[in-house]
Write a protein that binds this ligand. Structure first.
Ligand code: PEP
Ligand code: MG
Length: 584
């Protein structure tokens, strides 16, 4: 009977949000459950004795987190140092002391004080809500130390495994042994959780927020498909074989020669990098970036309360331009607001900051800051003009442009500073619909699919509960992109894509079919996109785009594009050479 049951068992798909495009398979190892909650029984020690124990434990945990950070480096170090600061936060210490003064144990005081802070963070939602897991982790580490037991952490089953956890703490993600961890699956956490951020940075195959993964058992084999955001349980041999082939194709793409982006028929599609800091330039170049399609200048100043000086900016932009001699570098002027608050551009409380004084609107309200930024860019451009390999080709664009008048305004101001190529981002549906008029003024358009999707589907891009709406495959988004592509064709101006959509290989083909002339993405995505473009001609791309456009939903568009791609590939594989690129 048991045999019969298992023979009848069928694969199940658990859905979450995929991070990156990888696929991996292996046996599950679950993260140890959190420590049992301490009881509220009175302490047998005095309040002072408890306080001394807690102070030692907090300091030890903070030092351990800093040490792990120093070992890990990069983004992980910043995250772990932030956690160490959370551990020693004076207002949290006051809350703990208040509970100790009531005669409670150190364990309970820490547990309860951290829990109340955690609840406040969760209630705030968005980015801060996703820091709640960081706070929980700090509390667990302190309580484990008070109890003299090891802190809950990553398991070590003695073989490579798929790690399944509620939400990984940064301290665990930072030091994951990548030879052992085949993939990550979390039941909580959204696309901006630290698990997601660090998985992206380390190129770990991950699906986050897969609620049903709580049922996974240690040792069972699963397939983790980040591209589809799916974890498959009880996979068949066929499923496993297909996943293995995909993983091998990806590995081959990663080690394929780095060539300029192009379609199978030779149509060039420059592949550019999205960067937030010139430090990422060398990696981007080694991964084959042909330039920069989006330099997010606001990332340089997220922690500043005051506007950056011209000198500070000149230094940062000079470093960037110097890293790309002879290449195109598209710099976006400060994009403040909503998910990227810059207090020096707008610190007013707004009920709906995503619909508020943000992007170009905020810069226009503080035009001196915009003018200083353009001054710094002009100076950096002049400073790198004589460099070996030639000057970078500097393009400058404005974020969150919503009207033709705004486009004209920005281009006029940019020209005052000698900017030769001034363009706008298309992230708001109004500017997509009027792209032909906008391109009468702007030299180019760059479509930001992250915000364009957020505004088209009315779904906050940071909110896990509406993450399923935030899908750039949605035909409504694709229709808007087609408008911009057509405007680019009729005006003869370039239309780039710089949102996350460009990093999805098949969607990249669709975007080219809709009229995109270049694609910009996180450098780790370049190899996959390069390989997939090389499998399709421009006629394929247009046909696949038409299939996606005719769907009713994002999922429908994705599968229609997949089918069209398979059909075109089968046709192209037929011996008649006239087939190439001629199919309708
Ligand atoms: C976008 O909105 O797609 C974009 C590229 O800008 P950001 O993600 O920085 O808002
Ligand atoms: Mg944007």
């Amino acid at each position: 009977m048991a045999e019969q049951l298992s023979a009848e068992q069928t694969s199940q798909e658990l859905r979450g949000v995929g991070i990156g495009l990888g696929v991996a398979q292996g046996p599950v190892a679950r993260m140890a459950e959190p420590l049992p909650a301490p009881t509220d029984a009175p302490s047998t020690l005095s309040a002072d004795e408890e306080k001394a124990r807690v102070t030692d434990a907090v300091a030890a945990v903070a030092r351990e987190l800093e040490q792990r950070g120093a070992q890990a480096g990069g983004a992980a170090q910043e995250v772990l140092e932030a956690q160490a600061m959370m551990a020693e936060d004076p207002s949290l210490a006051d809350e703990v002391d208040a509970r100790l003064a009531q005669g409670r144990t150190g364990e309970w005081a820490v547990f309860d004080a951290f829990a109340s802070f955690r609840d406040q963070l969760t209630a705030m939602g968005g980015y801060l809500g996703e820091r709640a897991a960081d706070l929980d982790d700090v509390a667990q580490r302190i309580i484990a130390r008070l109890r003299g037991v090891p802190a809950p952490g990553v398991p070590d089953p003695g073989h490579p495994f798929v790690l399944v956890a509620k939400d990984l703490a940064p301290a665990d993600t930072a030091l994951l042994d990548l030879d052992k961890v085949l993939a990550l699956v979390t039941t909580e956490g959204g696309p901006t959780s630290h698990t997601a951020i660090l998985a992206r940075e380390k190129s770990i195959v991950a699906v986050v927020g897969a609620v049903e993964a709580t049922h996974l058992r240690d040792g069972e084999t699963v397939i983790v498909d980040a591209a589809a955001g799916v974890v498959t349980t009880d996979p068949t041999d066929d499923d496993l074989g297909r996943a293995r082939t995909r993983a091998e194709t990806r590995a081959a793409a990663a080690s394929a020669p780095v060539t300029d982006g192009a379609l199978a028929d030779g149509t060039p599609v420059p592949l550019l990098a999205n960067l937030g800091n010139a430090d990422g330039a060398a990696d981007a170049v080694s991964l084959g970036a042909e330039g920069v399609g989006l330099f997010r200048t606001e990332f340089l100043f997220l922690s500043s309360s005051q506007a950056p000086t011209v000198e500070q900016q000149r230094e940062a932009y000079t470093k960037l331009l110097a890293a790309f001699p002879g290449k195109k570098v598209v710099v976006r002027v400060l994009d403040a607001g909503a998910d990227k608050p810059l207090p020096f551009l707008n610190d007013a409380h707004e009920e709906n900051p995503a619909l508020g004084l943000r992007g170009l609107r905020a810069l226009r309200a503080s035009e001196d800051i915009l003018r200083e930024q353009l001054t710094a860019l002009a100076e950096a451009d002049a400073a790198t003009r004589g460099q070996i390999g030639g000057a970078a080709d500097l393009w400058v664009m404005a974020p969150m442009v919503a009207t033709v008048e705004e486009a004209k305004y920005f281009v006029d101001v940019a020209r005052d500073y000698g900017v030769k190529t001034a363009g706008v981002m298309v992230e708001v549906p109004s500017s997509a619909l009027l792209a032909d008029r906008i391109l009468e003024h702007a030299d180019f358009a760059s479509i930001g699919t992250n915000d364009l999707t957020q505004y088209t589907l009315a779904a906050d891009r940071l909110l896990g509960s509406v993450a399923s709406f935030q899908d750039p495959w949605h035909p409504a988004v694709l229709r808007l992109i087609r408008e911009v592509g057509e405007a680019g064709r009729t005006t003869g101006k370039p239309v780039g894509i710089c949102g996350e959509a460009a990093a999805d290989p098949l969607l990249a083909v669709v975007l080219v079919g809709l009229g995109a002339t270049s694609l910009s993405m996180a450098p780790t995505a370049l190899a996959d996109v390069r390989a997939t473009l090389l499998e399709h001609t421009i006629d394929d791309a247009r046909d696949i785009a038409a299939a996606a456009l005719s769907a009713d939903s994002a999922a429908g568009a994705r599968s229609a594009a997949q089918e069209a791609s398979t059909r075109r590939a089968a046709f192209a594989a037929q011996p008649n050479p006239e087939n190439k690129g001629a199919q309708q």
